[in-house]
Design a protein around this ligand. Structure first.
Ligand code: PEP
Length: 256
């Protein structure tokens, strides 16, 4: 297990005012501490500036929840990776299941976004995961492999240090239902194994695979303890400083 990454995906929550309050609480909790694990927050676009201000001179990474696949131009309502970098983001989440489901993002589009973001200098958290139906039909590994394959064929192993994978079973996101630690470990090992078939062990040495899906203080320890789980992508529990910081504390106790 490498040092763990704890990332908070705020989804469509927390405008600048609420964001400031939450971030100040997180900051107060982290100030003066030397963290072994890594921490990242993913506010909505409109609160990225606030995050940049409040988290100034802290080691907390700031990221966006989505990005467009083109360079700046006539794409009303969209945001480019160069703009995210300028606004202070180092990371971006791509391929979240809510974007795949509600905004029709295909594997191909996700792959184009990932390639553009990485080429422009962002670090990508690539979300993959199966639906309940796919798991029941025992197709979960095939589905995840397809999601990975479409992105990886757009990248080279030199890009490995700009990539983090988040395994997020769709049936566990926002439902309160969590994958068992064994289910998480099994899929994470499968993903790591698949990656090693394509890229060298050396290139993959720093690549993290996060688990996401109703992670909270009560189940974080068991999930984060798994050998191939390198951190968590946390939705609901990242919206309260208390639960988010509690998960960070658990990661700190486990990080070496
Ligand atoms: C997510 O949105 O990435 C997520 C894992 O959400 P939750 O923790 O609420 O299930």
């Amino acid at each position: 297990m490498s040092n763990l990454l704890i990332a908070g995906n705020w989804k469509m929550n927390k405008g600048p005012e609420e964001a400031q309050k939450l971030l100040k609480e997180i900051r107060a909790n982290l100030d003066g501490r030397k963290l072994t694990s890594q921490v990242a927050v993913f506010p909505p676009y409109v609160s990225i500036h606030t995050a940049k201000e409040v988290l100034d001179e802290t080691p907390v990474f700031i990221g966006a929840q989505n990005v467009h696949e083109s360079s700046p131009g006539a794409f009303t309502g969209e945001v480019s990776s160069s703009m995210l970098l300028e606004a202070g983001c180092s990371h971006v989440i791509i391929g979240h299941s809510e974007r795949r489901e509600h905004f029709g993002e295909s594997n191909e589009l996700v792959a184009r976004k990932a390639r553009r973001a990485i080429n422009d200098g962002l670090k990508v958290i690539l979300c993959v995961g199966e639906t309940l139906q796919e798991r029941k039909k025992n197709r979960h590994q095939k589905v995840v492999m397809e999601q990975l394959r479409s992105v990886l064929q757009q990248l080279t192993e030199e890009n490995a240090n700009s990539l983090t994978i988040a395994y997020e079973p769709v049936w566990a996101i926002g439902t309160g239902e969590t994958a068992t630690p064994q289910q998480a470990q099994e899929m994470h090992a499968f993903i790591r194994n698949y990656l090693t078939e394509l890229w060298s062990t050396q290139a993959l040495s720093g690549l993290k695979i996060l688990y996401g899906g109703s992670m909270k203080p009560e189940n974080a320890m068991e999930l984060l303890k798994q050998e191939d789980v390198d951190g968590g992508l946390i939705g609901g529990a990242s919206l309260k400083a208390e639960s988010f910081c509690e998960i960070i504390n658990i990661a700190e106790n486990l990080s070496r």
